[in-house]
Design a protein around this ligand. Structure first.
Ligand code: AFP
Length: 348
């Protein structure tokens, strides 16, 4: 057991790599560059109220949403910190419609990085926690060539590392390389991420649900029943649950990861695919939550097994404490069976 006192992220990554004889060190360098980008973004996020950086650029991102200057800054910082290290074949970002190639003057590597540079950015003006989410794969196209869209469109179970950085009351980087989920808090005085949350496990059952209840009218009838069930009183099953919804996925998931909870962004009658993006929001979070002992599905299928068709596709998501996610799936399945019986009875 290594001494975890003053365990920096850099040391943790190197020690993790030693467990894989034959590792070239490229992944460690990639994670190091990523943590550098996180420190720069963190610094800028913390200055947001002080400098004249807040405000709309007047542009829209690929989803038609207004882009704030900090989104652009975070996107550019990620690319500038990561495009020249020689470890990446290609990148994809929420802020870029197409894949982000590695400039031809730099060496191409064997890894693929997908990221949401600043998730929850509509909360920036209110000083609410926001975050960067990232996902790393091994390339599937031939080595030495520029990376391709196929490298980016891999199912989530093929991720080799996933993580997020939450810019909150402190800046915390949480990552997993598949074995354990670990959190590191940035010490701003000397600029190092220090191990603060070792081997995080999400409780199997929780007392917290997180969902935008403003969309209630448009939900699946099984989901409506589930939420009502959580609000009923029953000592044995520790109901009613508490409702906690920030509207910033990184912050909501981070809290639920530590305390237990279920986070839901379902499909609804207006948005049949939900809102959140599979490749750089749902997959990395599903990888982390599963590595911490939780569960993540689209209501029926495991998020990590969904075959992506395009970089910016959306998926419904139910993610968090295992027993809670299973329970909402049961509520929705039961309602579908009941509806089927009703339809069949009408026909006969
Ligand atoms: P923004 O980046 O536009 O603020 O969206 C944040 C987000 O993608 C995710 O972080 C939240 O969980 C979710 O959207 C909130 O969506 P609603 O506002 O529809 O609840």
């Amino acid at each position: 057991m290594p001494n975890t006192q003053f365990m920096t992220l850099a040391r943790h990554i190197i020690e993790g790599e030693r467990m894989h004889p034959g590792a070239t060190g490229e992944l460690s360098k990639l994670l190091h560059d990523l943590s550098l980008a996180a420190k720069i973004i963190s610094l800028e996020v913390n200055k947001a109220g002080l400098v004249d950086i807040i405000g709309f650029t007047g542009n829209h991102n690929v989803h038609g949403e207004q882009v704030k200057k900090l989104d652009v800054f975070a996107h550019d910082t990620m690319i500038q910190a990561l495009d020249h290290g020689g470890h990446l074949a290609v990148m994809a970002s929420e802020e870029s419609e197409d894949i982000v190639p590695i400039p031809t003057r730099f060496k191409v590597g064997k890894y693929v990085l997908l990221f949401d540079p600043l998730d929850g950015s509509s909360n920036i003006d209110a000083n609410i926690s926001i975050g960067t989410i990232f996902s790393i794969y091994r390339r599937v196209s031939p080595d030495g060539q520029p990376g391709t869209i196929e490298d980016c469109l891999q199912p989530g179970y093929k991720q080799i590392v996933a993580g997020y950085v939450v810019y909150g009351s402190s800046t915390i980087l949480v990552y997993s390389a598949g074995h354990g989920v670990h959190g590191f808090t940035l010490d701003p005085s000397f600029g190092e991420f220090l191990l603060s949350h070792q081997d995080i496990r999400i409780p199997k059952k929780s007392k917290i649900y997180s969902i935008n209840e403003g969309n209630y009218l448009y939900w699946h009838p099984g989901l409506k029943k589930y939420i009502k069930y959580l609000q009923e009183e029953d000592k044995a099953s520790e109901r009613p649950y508490s409702s906690r919804y920030i509207g910033s996925m990184v912050a909501d998931i981070h809290r639920n990861l530590l305390y237990g909870g279920i986070f839901m962004y379902p499909a609804d009658s207006r948005h049949p695919k939900g809102k959140l993006r599979l490749m750089y929001e749902c997959n990395p979070m599903a990888f982390l939550i599963e590595a911490a002992g939780g569960r993540a599905t689209d209501g029926k299928k495991r998020i990590l097994e969904l075959q992506p068709q395009e970089i910016h596709e959306r998926t419904p998501i139910f993610i968090g404490s295992e027993e809670d996610v299973k329970q909402v799936e049961e509520f929705m399945a039961r309602e579908e069976v009941a509806e089927e019986v009703l339809v069949n009875n009408k026909k006969s």
